[in-house]
Design a protein around this ligand. Structure first.
Ligand code: NDP
Length: 326
């Protein structure tokens, strides 16, 4: 099978497309003929070695995958079933989606949501499912559309783009934060009503600022997250899922103890299956598939390594889907 393999011999970190014997597939109870994968922020880190995402070598990266069951030792799945998965350490500790076959635990797999194709699940991928987890957290905390504006950072990225599309369809007033002036029309088409420059949030601010946001989806972290918390309205909720701007959180407790702001952490990787199913169920009903199509770019497995090394995902807004076979 063709597979991207990451090796790290004598501190020589390398990703290359190889022909790999299927007998090398890891343990698992379902073998999947992989048709599609995605390209996520974390896949970029794994392919370039810019952060220690890969925990075992050699590793097939690709944290998302979708395909057709070939062999199953689990009664829930039969050959021919269409399945997909996000996370669970796949592409980090367990061989992932950048290969024509994978072998995984049946417990990690999901069946296609109503009306969705394998390709669409990968266009949404971890980024989109994480955006939905953020929306569900806002709803759980009673942030309804009438409560006020929702801020979405990293707006032209995968999580940000899908969060804007979801929130606008649900009737929220969405304010997008981006560093890319050339993509304002794109963000308006997705449903943003206003666009702010990311520099407004990027440096140290006051412990409390003017109250504006009813809720937020933040993928940036660091000063941006601190400033969002400081400008969130009384009783509002901020969901934190990313670190595109830094891992640190230079904040004070003021928004939490004086305005009752809630900061909700979002993890997609080990998220329990019931929450995943709920998120994908909602994606099937609440994501405008025409907007998904508009934000999706397609590349072939052969191009993934160059795509990562040349930082090409930063040069176009939205999501990238990887055609593994076909
Ligand atoms: P993308 O690379 O698609 O998008 C990230 C966006 O963040 C960029 O498009 C850019 O948006 C913005 N950005 C990049 N660098 C900076 C910076 N230095 N300061 C401010 N903004 C910046 O990534 P994803 O959307 O897929 O992921 C975003 C983040 O969420 C990542 O940190 C990722 O690790 C995390 N994530 C976490 C998950 C979880 O389970 N918690 C799951 C999925 C992702 P713009 O140019 O519009 O400003």
């Amino acid at each position: 099978m063709r597979a991207i393999l990451i090796t790290n011999n004598e501190d020589q970190y390398q990703a290359s497309l190889e022909n790999v014997g299927q007998e090398q597939l890891p343990d698992g109870d379902v073998t999947v003929n992989v048709q599609w994968s995605g390209y996520n922020f974390k896949d970029g880190l794994a392919l370039t070695g810019k952060a220690p995402v890969v925990r075992r070598f050699p590793m097939v990266p690709g944290i998302d995958l979708a395909g057709v069951v070939e062999v199953s030792e689990d009664s829930r799945y039969q050959p021919g079933d269409h399945v997909f998965l996000n996370g669970w350490g796949v592409g980090e500790k367990h061989w992932g989606g950048y290969a024509e076959k994978c072998r995984v635990k049946a417990d990690w797999l999901l069946t296609l949501p109503a009306g969705m194709t394998l390709k669409q699940t990968m266009a949404i991928g971890t980024a989109g499912y994480t955006a939905m987890l953020c929306v569900l957290a806002l709803e759980k905390n009673n942030v309804t559309p009438d409560k006020g504006e929702i801020l979405v950072t990293g707006a032209t990225g995968g999580v940000g783009s899908i969060a804007i599309a979801l929130l606008s369809k649900l009737g929220y007033d969405v304010v997008a934060v981006t560093g890319q002036a050339e993509n304002h029309d794109y963000l308006k088409t997705l449903g943003a009503s206003e666009i702010l420059h990311r520099d407004e949030f990027a440096s140290q601010g006051k412990p409390l600022a003017k109250e504006r946001w009813a809720g937020a989806v933040d993928v940036v972290g660091s000063h941006t997250l601190a400033n969002i918390c400081a400008s969130t309205r009384y009783g509002g909720t901020v969901t934190a899922c990313g670190l595109a701007g830094g891992m640190e959180l230079p904040a004070t407790v003021a928004p939490f103890i004086l305005r009752g702001v809630t900061l909700v952490g979002i993890d997609s990787v080990m998220c329990p299956m019931s929450q995943r199913q709920a998120a994908w169920h909602r994606l099937a009903t609440d994501l405008d598939l025409e907007k998904l199509e508009m934000m999706t770019h397609q590349i072939q497995l052969d191009h993934v390594i160059d795509f990562a090394k040349n930082g090409l995902s930063n040069q176009q807004p939205g999501k990238t889907v990887v055609q593994v076979q076909g």
